[in-house]
Design a protein around this ligand. Structure first.
Ligand SMILES: Nc1ncnc2c1ncn2[C@@H]1O[C@H](COP(=O)(O)OP(=O)(O)OP(=O)(O)O)[C@@H](O)[C@H]1O
Length: 637
């Protein structure tokens, strides 16, 4: 738990509303014609209002002032007709506007989500999950208010204001000119407030993201919170973020309210000016009461769009704060991309060659891998072991092409990994990650995600091979039992066997197993061994592990230290050499002497390995993983 998110949020570059608008405008492609129709509807509705006001002036002068019922019917009928037509047009326009805005939100959300899904693991380590959630939800909506509603609102407000102003001028241009002199006051008022409103909106959005982050992190860590009675500390964390949000919200309401009230006062000055001038005009006989009332009505209609235009400026300014946060996410580049063209080679046999690979994480000050070379042939088991922080999981990330190496190359059947389209590469290289990842779905769906569209028979066969069929059969709804993070229905070992079934179904030529037995107790780990052997049969397997239980069966063992291969060979050779591997193996044997079922006892963390000259990095409470949000923390086996 770090304050990374807050730091990142504070570093968010500030941009102009115009830049933000230009950035998101291309997403309205295909929605522009409906937008035009919305705008036409708004203009027609404004025209209908204008006509209604003129009819109101006529009625006052000819029917009301003269007390003539005969003069009432015709303008009244026209007024009703205009009102009904205006209502229909307004209804159609507003419904279409809602469709366009929601469509835009949908499109923008999917666009950002698609992009986020391509981002590298370190992006998720640096951004708090809650903050990302808030960017994908409220910030997306904020942008809509700028790009779609903002645009339509501005266009309609501008045209309405133009009509009413033209109608007021047509009635009495001199009176209109006198009142328009005061119009810049609205603009000045909005300008005065816009800077502060943007600041406060930005603070509010950051705080909103921070609150979601704290809540999400606390819920993720609920066991730690309760076991160590960290409730007060967690509440203080929430209180700190919630207070920032509280301050920003109150300040935002205050600023908006102050602006509203100032505008009211300006409006009152305008109305009083009209009534004063009108009274004088009527007294000199140059104006009728009907004309004055119609004129005042035009002003009454004119102010909301004028005020709306100024208010819109503030809304857009506030939305820019959201746009900044979203643009920051959209500007984060995926670490790898698909090749320009698919060479279309068939399914590889699975020969993996790692040639002199060097890699440094973005922003890290020392390389995680440095001149690493090894190869693994189909049917071989290569174990990569070494102390914590040596670079073992980094090897897995490069094999799956989460990153490309900075130096050297990784080849699959002789072709560099970067020549394979990502989707196809990940079909050929299956990762069994350290965290047992679970979809919030049925057991069947969890296995089937290894090969979408797999038949029930194939799913069951995979489950049997993974020694999972029996326990699945004992679940309340068998394969249709839903598993989710809140139902601690499955133990860690069972989840691992489910993951193995998924990998068996995927049936890829290369397997990368990252600590497949970590976190399991001796008996659970033992039950996983047989399914693992089943899974590995005939494939190229690269197993990253601290657990040397399977080491005697390995074709090659690579002992990695500080990103380099320190020793390599078969288990017996390495033991006989009496070097680092021998020490690691002995240390493990001494720390966990009763690991039944393995050729050697196992320890599950690297701290037990004494590596001379290797600085052991601090290890957190949970095992380091890929930095992806883990949707399911395995229950105790
Ligand atoms: N996202 C990252 N950004 C910067 N440095 C990283 C990142 N992930 C890992 N590292 C660093 O790279 C080095 C190798 O990490 P890696 O996770 O590969 O080690 P490991 O051998 O798998 O450790 P463990 O056994 O504890 O899982 C470590 O020094 C680690 O701190």
């Amino acid at each position: 738990m770090t304050d990374d998110g807050a730091e990142v949020a504070n570093e968010t570059p500030t941009i102009a509303a115009r830049t933000a608008f230009r950035r998101f405008w291309p997403l309205t492609k295909g929605l522009r014609k409906p937008l035009l129709v919305v705008w036409v509807c708004t203009v027609l509705a404004a025209l209908a209002e204008t006509k209604a006001i003129l009819l109101f002036g006529d009625l006052t002068d000819h029917a009301l002032q003269k007390g003539s019922l005969a003069a009432f019917w015709s303008p009244a009928g026209t007024w009703l007709g205009v009102a009904v037509a205006g209502a229909i047009v307004a209804y159609l326009g507003n419904s279409l506007a809602a469709w366009v805005t929601e469509r835009f939100v949908l499109r923008l959300r999917e666009h950002v989500f698609d992009h986020v899904q391509k981002l590298p693991p370190h992006f998720f380590q640096r951004h708090r999950q809650g903050d990302l959630l808030s960017r994908l939800t409220s910030d997306v909506e904020a942008i809509e208010t700028m790009v779609v509603s903002g645009l339509v609102g501005a266009a309609s407000a501008a045209f309405s204001a133009l009509f009413y102003a033209a109608a007021a001028c047509w009635l009495r241009w001199d009176l209109a000119a006198a009142t328009f002199v005061l119009a810049p006051l609205f603009w000045l008022a909005a300008r005065r407030f816009s800077g502060s409103i943007k600041d406060v909106s930005r603070a509010g959005r950051v705080a909103d993201g921070a609150i979601t982050s704290v809540v999400a992190e606390s819920l993720d860590n609920i066991v730690l919170t309760q076991a160590y009675d960290r409730r007060d500390a967690e509440r203080r964390r929430l209180h700190r973020e919630a207070t920032a949000w509280f301050r920003a919200s109150v300040r935002s309401v205050r600023l908006n309210e102050a602006y509203e009230q100032l505008v009211q006062v300006i409006e009152t000055v305008c109305v009083l000016a009209v009534i004063g001038i009108g009274a004088w005009e009527i007294s000199t006989g140059r104006m009728t009461l009907g004309q004055l009332l119609a004129f005042s009505a035009f002003l009454g209609y004119l102010y909301p769009p004028v005020r709306g235009l100024a208010q819109l400026g503030l809304t857009v300014t506030a939305a820019t704060a959201g746009a900044e946060r979203l643009i920051e996410v959209l500007d984060a580049r995926p670490s790898v991309t698909d090749p320009p063209q698919d060479t279309g080679t068939g399914r590889p046999d699975g020969l993996v060659e790692v040639r002199d690979v060097g890699f440094r994480y973005p922003g890290a000050d020392r390389p995680a891998l440095d001149g690493l070379s090894f190869s693994a042939r189909p049917g071989e088991l290569v174990i990569v072991t070494g102390p914590s922080g040596a670079g073992k999981s980094t090897v897995a990330k490069l094999l799956l092409r989460f990153y490309d190496p900075d130096a050297g190359d990784i080849l699959l059947d002789g072709a560099p990994l970067r020549d394979f389209p990502l989707a196809r590469l990940r079909e050929y290289v299956t990762l069994l990650p350290q965290e047992t990842l679970v979809l919030h779905d049925t057991v069947r769906a969890n296995i089937a995600c290894g090969r979408p569209g797999a038949s029930d028979r194939a799913i069951e066969a995979a489950a049997r091979a993974a020694d999972a069929h029996d326990f699945i059969g004992r679940l309340p709804d068998g394969y249709d039992t839903r598993i989710d993070p809140s139902s601690a229905r499955l133990s860690g070992g069972q989840l691992q066997r489910l993951a193995i079934a998924r990998a068996i179904l995927r049936d890829s030529p290369v397997l990368v197993l990252d600590e497949p037995t970590t976190g399991l107790d001796a008996s659970a780990a033992q039950r996983v061994v047989q399914p693992l052997r089943q899974l590995m049969g005939g494939r190229t397997t690269i197993m990253i592990t601290h657990d040397l239980g399977l080491a005697p069966a390995a074709d090659r063992i690579l002992v990695v230290g500080q990103g380099r291969i320190v020793e390599t060979g078969r288990h017996d050779e390495l033991l006989a050499r009496g070097g680092l591997y021998h020490r690691l193996y002995r240390a493990q044997a001494d720390t966990a002497p009763d690991r039944a079922g393995f050729a050697a006892p196992a320890a599950t963390t690297g701290e037990a390995y004494p590596v001379p000259g290797q600085e052991t990095p601090t290890v957190g409470l949970s095992a380091p993983g890929y930095g992806y949000p883990t949707p399911y923390a395995p229950a105790a086996p």
